[in-house]
Structure formats: structure tokens, C-alpha cells
Design a protein around this ligand. Sequence first.
Ligand SMILES: O=C(O)CCC(=O)C(=O)O
Length: 229
Amino acid sequence: MELSKYAVGRVDSIFYIPDFITAAEQSFLLHQVNSAPSSKWKTLTNRRLQNWGGIVESNGLVPQPLPSWLTKITEKISSVTGLFPSPINHVLVNEYLPGQGIMLHQDGPSYFPVVAILSLGAPTLMRFKPHLRLIEATKDLEKAPENTSVALLPGSLLIFKDAAYQGNCKAFFLPSSSFSRVSDYLHGIDESREHRLDDNVSSIFSQFLSRVSLTCRFVPKLRRNFIKL
Ligand SMILES: O=C(O)CCC(=O)C(=O)O
């Protein structure tokens, strides 16, 4: 796939593929998410989540196999995008009720610096905001780093490559051309029922349905499970 055709926003290395999956695939995935035992859900203040693939610790992943309904979709993401060096081995399922969101953040250093987020259910808006250190580093330049937003419709795939995955990207043998400025950006979703695209585009989404997202990543370093006696 020629990914550059799907580049969006005013920040490099963000890609948006609409209709990445069909309505039937969406219903299937939602059904699987909703069939998980209630113990699989972790409830946070502003969303709830399921963790699949194992526990990500600062020094790697204590792996658990992904269920087949997830390997099928993650294999499709890997093969279509060609961005992952090995099979995706970690998926977070987030569920947001109307008005819920996720605060601006950067993903942890254990992940390979590419994220693929599949959206199901309600639409929303993902915001990218320059990190303070990028604002500082570019304050003498003519062009200040910009905020950008991407509307995420159900069935779409958002990809961004984030060198801020602390960054010793060379360790992953990425060509330097694939390093991205997104590394210096935070991403998040406002806790609001209405999402304004940006100052120039006045579309507003009102959310009535809940939204479910699948955040798919690859953790290169695996840790062996151990039992303490
Ligand atoms: O739900 C989303 O689209 C974003 C999730 C996210 O940023 C994360 O899991 O780190």
C-alpha cells in the first residue's frame, strides 16, 4: 500500500485510512469485545479498557498469546501497512462512553514506534499537540510547530509513527527518513460530547454512541514469565 496517499493533518507521519474494515468486520469485533468476561475490563475514571497480549513493563512484555479474533485483524494491519517488523503482539481495547476521552499523552518507551488505532462505534477527534520541548526547541524558528486534529470515523485506521517512543529508534533499524516529528507530539481525545475539528474547519461531532478503539502495537523486547517460589 502506498501509505503516503493517506497522510493527513499538519504534522508529519500521521496516516488515516477510512473504511479499513467493513461494517460486518466492525460488528464482529464489537461482539468479541463485548463477549469478554467482565474481569477482563479495567475501569478507569474516564474510560474502561481491556489489555491483550500480556503485561507491558518498563523492561519489556511478559507475553500472552493474542486471541484469534485479534490476530486476524492485527495480521491485516501489519500486512496492509507494512510498518511493523514483526507480528503485532499487544492490543489495548479502550471503550469511551459519550463525553469520555483520554488525556494528552505519549506512549511508553517499550513499544516499537508505530501505533495503529482501529475505531469502532462512535466517531471522535484525536488531537495532536506539540510537546513543550518541541515548542522550546523551535522557538527561534519562523515556523512554530502546529496543533493538528484527525477525525476518526468508525471502521477507520489511524497510524502514527512516534519516534518519542524514547527514542533510540536506530536500535530498531529504521531508516532515518522514517523518523518522525510526531515524536514530539502528545495525542489525546477531549472529554466532550462535541468535538470541533479545528479553528478552520467548523464541523462538530456530537457523540451519542459509545466508541471502542483497538490500539495495536509491537513490543520488541519479551520477558520470560517467571514464578516466584
Ligand atoms: O482510543 C484511542 O483512539 C486512543 C488510545 C490511546 O491513545 C492509547 O491507548 O494510548
